[in-house]
Design a protein around this ligand. Structure first.
Ligand code: P5A
Length: 444
């Protein structure tokens, strides 16, 4: 992609309305623009990141045996009345009337819609278990939308729903999602800590939040440091093996102190965690999972026949990941004073290619050749071909935060070498194009 042809409305000044670093950086880096309070337009650079996050989340959902569907954003109020949640949900729900004066709503979550779908499509225990998810926009009329996409009114969520015959089987579905969440956040380059949580308006008796560490996060957290040292991706997971999956969940929950300020007990913390292992920091909730049994299946008639021919309400859980929130959360976790430092799996481009002397024949030729070589190798590159000062290009590259900065300058263009540097390192090296390509492909 040529920078001169790209749609990338960056900002030089720090926007005053943005209170937190991710919001400031997302506005400055031309990733989003606010349309109205808590509602954002995603610009090309921001959308690239969000799509990558969604694809990675999808990959881990599928790996755990879930099937993707797509439910509507607009829902019928009657369904919510039937489940008994219409009045409970309160002013966060955006209520709408259609031209026949029927009550509709913009979905803040989808338990009712999917339970109704299930009631109309599945009748036998033989069709269980089932894990169905979608990645869809939600609307919650938050009292104080703030922190940019981290607490929006409209936001993108991945929500999965499990259906099982028995509470034990349902616990296995819960455990599968628990492990898939650990894997998902690790692959995104984040350290996520599972913490027992309140169930709130979703309901049920079992729930975990997944909190990622970020010094600027909304919640204060306390945990056992050894939770942060676990290498999740090295665990070989067989999702069909109930005992194995349960053991992984156990190993991340039992014997570890981990909680946010809502539940923190300083005395217990001091008693349970040896001094050298105490971690106190801040974090952001990026996922939340719930087990709520028959809370929705009973009122909405989602029944299946069991092996003896009895009709029983199906056991359910729901599992959310804040996909749009993650874009901001990753920036909170990965930035420095100059700008964003994207983890490679979600970086919108892998390389900022800078031509410091546009118009110089040797520079132009080498930069073109480099861009083509990167594209041929399947590497996403943004080539800064604008007639701007080198300083402006360097600071923009730091702000946008792609993993690599490759510089073509008159000093080395004649010898066909490029100065390459990682976003998170100070040391640059000057190497021939072939070697630069080899270094990049070996590193990812
Ligand atoms: C679980 C899936 C639920 O809604 N029903 C379906 C359950 N859970 S939740 O905790 O309320 O939300 C899941 C995740 O969505 C993100 N999130 C938000 N992101 C941006 N702006 C918001 N206002 C917002 N509210 C929730 C969070 O990441 C949360 O963990």
């Amino acid at each position: 992609m040529r920078r001169s042809r790209y749609y990338l409305p960056t900002l030089r000044e720090t926007p005053k309305e943005a209170e937190i670093i991710s919001h400031r950086l997302m506005l400055r880096a031309g990733m989003v623009r606010q349309s109205t309070a808590g509602i954002y337009i995603w610009l090309p650079l921001g959308l690239r990141v969000m799509d990558k996050i969604a694809d990675l989340v999808r990959d881990e959902q599928n790996r755990a045996g879930s099937h993707e569907i797509l439910m509507p954003t607009i829902q019928s109020a009657d369904l919510w009345r039937k489940a008994g949640r219409y009045d409970d949900y309160g002013p966060e729900m955006l209520r709408i009337k259609d031209r026949q004066d029927r009550d509709l709503l913009y979905g803040p979550t989808n338990e009712e819609v999917i339970t109704d779908l299930f009631a109309n499509t599945v009748t036998s225990y033989r069709d269980l278990p089932q894990l169905l998810y979608h990645i869809q926009w939600k609307f919650r009329d938050e009292l104080r939308p703030r922190f940019g996409v981290m607490r929006g009114r409209e936001f993108l969520m991945k929500d999965n729903y499990s259906f099982d015959l028995t509470p034990e089987a349902s616990r296995h579905s819960y455990n599968k999602m628990f492990v898939s969440y650990l894997r998902t956040f690790a692959r995104l380059g984040l350290q996520a800590i599972p913490m027992e949580a309140e169930t709130g308006p979703i309901g049920g008796n079992l729930s975990h939040e997944f909190i990622i560490i970020a010094s600027t996060g909304e919640s204060a957290i306390w945990c056992d440091k050894s939770l942060l040292e676990r290498d999740v991706l090295s665990l070989a997971v067989n999702y069909d093996n109930e005992a194995e999956v349960a053991e992984i969940v156990r190993s991340f929950t039992e014997g570890y102190y981990a909680c946010t300020d809502e539940k923190h007990n300083p005395e217990l913390f001091a008693k349970e965690v040896p001094e050298t292992r105490r971690y106190q920091g801040r974090g952001i909730e990026v996922g939340h999972i719930f087990h709520f049994g028959t809370k929705y299946s009973e009122p909405l008639g989602a029944m299946v026949s069991d092996a003896n021919g009895n009709r029983v309400p199906v056991q359910m859980g729901s599992y959310g990941i804040g996909v749009s929130r993650l874009v901001g959360a990753i920036i909170e976790a990965c930035h420095d004073e100059k700008g964003i430092c994207w983890p490679a799996p979600v970086a919108p481009f892998q390389v900022s290619l800078i031509n410091v002397r546009v118009g110089n024949t040797a520079c132009d030729a080498l930069a073109e050749k480099t861009m083509q070589a990167l594209q041929a190798a399947g590497v996403e590159v943004l080539y800064d071909d604008r007639d701007e000062s080198a300083g402006a290009k360097f600071s923009e590259a730091d702000l946008l935060g792609f993993p690599w900065r490759w510089v073509v300058s008159p000093r080395n263009a004649d010898s066909g070498t490029i100065e390459i540097k990682r976003r998170t390192e100070d040391e640059a090296q000057v190497v021939p194009l072939e070697q630069a390509l080899a270094l990049l492909t070996n590193s990812s």
